[in-house]
Design a protein around this ligand. Structure first.
Ligand code: MG
Length: 398
């Protein structure tokens, strides 16, 4: 059988077949999408492999009609590609993925179960080190030495004998082989093939076992996801994807204009001057949302030079911005905003303003705080020449 040679490619890729329907878990969704520690299992598995810096690209192989993958893949990162090349059986998905990924024949490919979200990046690194350093091996797999006493029993559950456990391993993943050799081994037929290594063994290849932690479990039966959650809780610190943004705005007070704050008409003898309705509070909130999502500012999206926004309801501008950030997966966690003016007193209208801003942000009012301050008669705001507003918003995506 072919052996690794030093002048062949050292490029390393990963392939995660994830086209299964998870019959054993009995859940309404395929098991790779079931939540583990608050995230879809597939997202956890991809994140574990993404922590291995040497992997050039990770291919996730799903079925052609998979309706779940787009929502999950949004957060995969630049090194991950989704291939809709899955088949009925795992080996079909591996073969389909190898073909669709168009990997060089001699590239290394780590095939990893979508249902093993707890694999440790350092174990994957040891697998790569061991296999690529061994010129006599065609590949290798992560595996767990059998620690329990092993019994062979008959169909009635009676022990026939005790099997010596020396040399027995439980095969795990990833399993690392050259892409071309693996495709040929699997392509020779799938009868009796339960993992990539078994196809390579049948082809006469030397395949190594590299020990990994017993916590590299395969989530297979109901309850396994809770075990995975416990393991991940010990080994990883989940950093939520959250972003903070701040916004500031000011407008002059003039005669003959209505005063609009937070989309609510406020009874007052003067109003704020501006191209749109000059809602100083909603402008600060809109800039805070745009800032949190790193999507520019209100002036770039709604330029004052554009007659389209003349007299515009600023609630419509904020709604348009919320559509933008939602399309990128963000939701609002909370908003804290302050309006600074000497008059009028906003107290009686604060609840209405809060409810309207919450509605525009798509959250319940308990996530919105609207505060009012005077400027203690200092400076332009203190002389009632204008009003200012400040806002801080927190966005999150799962
Ligand atoms: Mg403004």
């Amino acid at each position: 059988m072919t052996t690794a040679s030093e002048n062949r490619s050292g490029r390393i890729f990963a392939l995660i077949p994830a086209a299964g329907v998870g019959k054993r878990m009995g859940a309404g969704i395929p098991k790779q999408y079931m939540p583990v520690a608050g995230k879809p299992m597939l997202a956890r598995t991809v994140a574990a492999l993404s922590a291995v810096a040497r992997i050039e690209r990770i291919f996730v192989v799903v079925s052609a009609g998979d309706p779940f993958i787009d929502g999950v893949a949004r957060n995969f990162g630049d090194r991950v590609a989704v291939l809709r090349a899955g088949g009925a059986e795992r080996a079909d998905s591996v073969l389909g993925g190898l073909a669709a990924a168009e990997l060089p024949e001699d590239a290394w490919v780590l095939v990893h179960d979508a249902a093993r979200p707890c694999v440790r990046p350092e174990d994957v690194d040891r697998l790569i080190d061991a296999v690529t350093a061994d010129a006599g091996a065609a590949g290798g797999i992560l595996a767990v030495p059998v620690a329990d006493t092993v019994k062979l029993a008959d169909a009635e559950g009676r022990i026939v004998r005790t099997v010596p456990r020396e040399g027995l391993w439980r095969a795990a993943t990833p399993q690392l082989f050259r892409a071309g050799e693996l495709a040929r081994a699997l392509g020779a037929g799938l009868e009796g093939i339960t993992d990539e290594a078994s196809a390579m063994e049948r082809a006469g290849a030397v395949v190594r076992v590299i020990p990994c932690g017993a916590d590299n479990i395969k989530v297979t039966r109901p309850g396994d996801e809770r075990l995975a959650q416990l393991i991940l809780g010990e080994n990883t610190m989940a950093i939520p994807d959250i972003r903070v943004g701040q916004g500031y705005d000011s407008h002059r007070l003039v005669e003959g204009r209505p005063l609009i704050l937070g989309g609510v008409r406020v009874p007052f003898e003067r109003g704020l001057d501006g191209h749109s309705d000059a809602d100083v509070l909603l402008h600060a909130v809109t800039d805070a949302v745009l800032g949190a999502a790193s999507l520019g500012d209100i002036g770039t999206h709604f330029p004052p030079s554009d007659p389209k926004w003349k007299g515009a309801d600023s609630g419509r501008l904020l709604s348009a911005v919320m559509d933008l950030v939602r399309a990128r997966g963000w939701t609002v966690v909370n908003l804290d905003a302050t309006v600074i003016c000497e008059r009028p007193k906003l107290g009686p209208l604060k609840a209405e303003i809060r409810e309207n801003v919450a509605r525009l942000l798509g959250v319940t009012p308990d996530r919105v705080a609207i505060k009012a301050k005077t400027n203690e008669r200092m400076d332009a705001v203190g002389r009632e020449e204008g009003m200012m507003a400040q806002a801080a918003v927190l966005l999150a995506r799962g």
